[in-house]
Design a binder for this molecule. Structure first.
Ligand SMILES: Nc1ncnc2c1ncn2[C@@H]1O[C@H](COP(=O)(O)OP(=O)(O)OP(=O)(O)O)[C@@H](O)[C@H]1O
Ligand SMILES: [Mg+2]
Length: 236
């Protein structure tokens, strides 16, 4: 069965595209055939892809298409899903019907949260949108939040300390969402790969890369554990 993930936050610059490339690299390394859908009309993900092509750094096991309109996203998924193990959709940093289509196509929606009030609110909005779609369709799309661009001093920020209680508050308000324990740190390599260096997993294994790889591996393992738990919960 092809899994479909999406990175969704209506806050521009929240970290969606970065998260998408990190996850894609990890799954591709495991041998999964990964399709990336750039659903953002500003084409950041495709820009990275083009640079990778021009520098001969196209990642193995990853393909990319652009589909920025709701109908095209659904048609392309229907056309291509049998060819891939995992599809990851990079959503635009705005609200609207495209976001709704993207969520509706997915089984897992990930919202990156930087320690900033706008990013936190945008993740809350994504959680609400996922729940509204689940309620309407009787579906079980999972929504998870992942902290990103975290630094050690940044953990003292009020906004950082507000993230967990905010997500707890969402759950208490009836939204099925959760916060992953794994955080993505602010790392130079996460920026640098955007310049066409391929995926994180293609970089030479220096100490900073090893740390980044471990972080992303932890993230994938946690995501999968949450998915298994959600499936068990549904079955119960
Ligand atoms: N964990 C991180 N460490 C370092 N830089 C990061 C990290 N996450 C994101 N960035 C940087 O922050 C900027 C915005 O990130 P990104 O493009 O992933 O966000 P986005 O949500 O996709 O934005 P948009 O809504 O504009 O598409 C980029 O320059 C990216 O390199
Ligand atoms: Mg983006």
């Amino acid at each position: 069965m092809t899994r479909i993930y999406a990175a969704v936050s209506n806050k521009g610059g929240a970290g969606k595209t970065t998260l998408v490339t990190l996850l894609a690299g990890e799954y591709a390394l495991r041998g999964d055939r990964v399709l990336l859908i750039d659903a953002d009309g500003r084409l950041n993900l495709s820009g990275w892809w083009r640079l990778c092509q021009s520098k001969n750094n196209v990642p193995e096991n990853i393909s990319l298409i652009v589909a920025a309109a709701g109908r095209t996203i659904a048609t392309e998924i229907a056309r291509l899903r049998s060819l891939f193990d995992l599809i990851i959709i990079d959503a635009p940093g705005i609200d609207g019907t495209v976001q709704e289509t993207i969520i509706g196509c997915s089984e897992l929606v990930l919202s990156p949260i930087q320690p900033g009030i706008k990013e936190i609110e945008a993740a809350g909005q994504a959680a609400a949108n996922v729940c509204a779609i689940n309620d309407r369709r009787g579906s079980h799309i999972l929504h998870l939040n992942v902290r990103t661009r975290i630094t050690i001093p940044g953990r003292n920020l009020e906004a950082y300390r507000y993230i967990r209680p905010f997500v707890v508050g969402l759950r208490q308000a009836g939204y099925e969402t959760d916060l992953l324990d794994t955080e993505l740190f602010e790392r130079n390599v996460y920026r640098e790969i955007q310049n066409g260096l391929g995926t994180l997993q293609m970089q030479e294994l220096s100490e900073p890369i090893r740390k980044a790889r471990q972080e992303v591996l932890n993230l994938v393992e946690e995501i999968e554990a949450r998915q298994r738990a959600a499936i068990r919960g549904d079955a119960a």
